[in-house]
Write a protein that binds this ligand. Structure first.
Ligand SMILES: NC(=O)c1ccc[n+]([C@@H]2O[C@H](COP(=O)([O-])OP(=O)(O)OC[C@H]3O[C@@H](n4cnc5c(N)ncnc54)[C@H](OP(=O)(O)O)[C@@H]3O)[C@@H](O)[C@H]2O)c1
Length: 273
């Protein structure tokens, strides 16, 4: 038996939030593996910059960048329609767009709570529905099915202080991942998986990591004793999208330098025992 391939040549992939941080690195890794990629986010400036950076030294037409707000289902639908128009079909959806909110829980307003959920949970939910409808329209299982990759978080699994809305939205996204993974493979041939990045300094969390001694404590609890990089998260998206990952379904790959499995590691004790 030949080994299964990580090659994505001929595959068409849409990455929401693909214009900075982890999403940009995912888009880059997918392109490097041979895919054709649509990236989108709200800021025109970021979309233009990402398009330029991703397209450099590549054949014309493999990168498409489009303004997109996942909180607006019609906006996502337009981006998906563009992907189908440009590439003929869509094979993989990566829901990476996300925002954070750090606040004491009692101070969170209804608007803030709704806004974070609109982007981190409802956006991906409606995007998954739209993606599945496209897969059905082009022939479902017979046409190769599809793959969905949701970018969750370590907060999908446990609590961190003062990011209640964010953690709840990412927990809901992991729940959605598992639900679709149970329902959609036999109906439409769609696998659904997640990636849970650990702590990767990016636009949405740089200030949070710096606040108080949070960053130091995270590093103390990370066996590898450093933050991650976007590229270290992105490689998992290639695996989940490719033939190499074709039996992976309903899984969440934690990439966190060991943060989640850390029990007690050797560190300089601060108190007398
Ligand atoms: N960095 C970490 O440590 C970490 C850890 C766990 C999980 N994550 C998750 O990883 C994903 C990527 O975040 P990141 O850390 O790489 O942060 P980032 O650099 O701030 O990237 C967030 C991306 O999402 C886009 N975005 C935000 N709201 C959007 C919307 N409504 N519609 C479309 N695009 C939108 C942003 O672009 P625009 O501003 O132009 O819209 C940007 O491209 C997020 O889902 C985040 O929750 C990150």
């Amino acid at each position: 038996m030949p080994s299964l391939s990580f090659d994505l040549t001929g595959r068409s992939i849409l990455v929401t939030g693909g214009t900075s941080g982890i999403g940009l690195a995912i888009a880059q890794a997918l392109l490097d593996a041979g895919a054709k990629v649509v990236v989108g986010s709200r800021s025109k400036e970021k979309v233009d910059q990402a398009a330029e950076a991703l397209a450099a030294d590549r054949p014309e037409g493999v990168v498409v960048a489009q303004q997109l707000d996942v909180a607006e289902p019609d906006s996502y639908a337009a981006a998906q329609a563009r992907a189908v128009h440009e590439f003929g079909r869509l094979d993989v959806l990566v829901n990476c767009a996300g925002v954070n909110l750090k606040k004491p829980t009692l101070d969170i307003t209804a608007e803030e709570h709704q806004r974070v959920f609109d982007i981190n949970y409802f956006g991906p939910f409606y995007a998954c529905q739209a993606f599945a409808r496209h897969v059905i329209e082009r022939g479902g299982i017979e046409s190769g099915g599809g793959s969905i990759i949701n970018v969750c978080s370590v907060t999908s699994f446990f609590g961190l202080s003062e990011v209640t809305t964010y953690a709840a939205s990412k927990s809901a996204l992991l729940g959605l991942t598992r639900q679709l993974a149970v329902e959609w493979p036999r109906l439409y041939g769609i696998r659904t998986n997640a990636i849970a990045p650990g702590f990767v300094p990016a636009d949405q969390n740089r200030e949070i990591l710096k606040s108080g001694d949070r960053g130091r404590r995270i590093l103390e609890n990370t066996p590898m004793q450093r933050f991650g990089t976007p590229e270290e998260i992105a490689a998992a998206a290639v695996y989940l999208a490719a033939a190499a990952g074709r039996f992976v379904n309903g899984e969440c790959i934690n990439i966190d330098g060991g943060f989640m499995i850390n029990g007690v590691s050797e560190a300089e004790p601060k108190d007398e025992v």
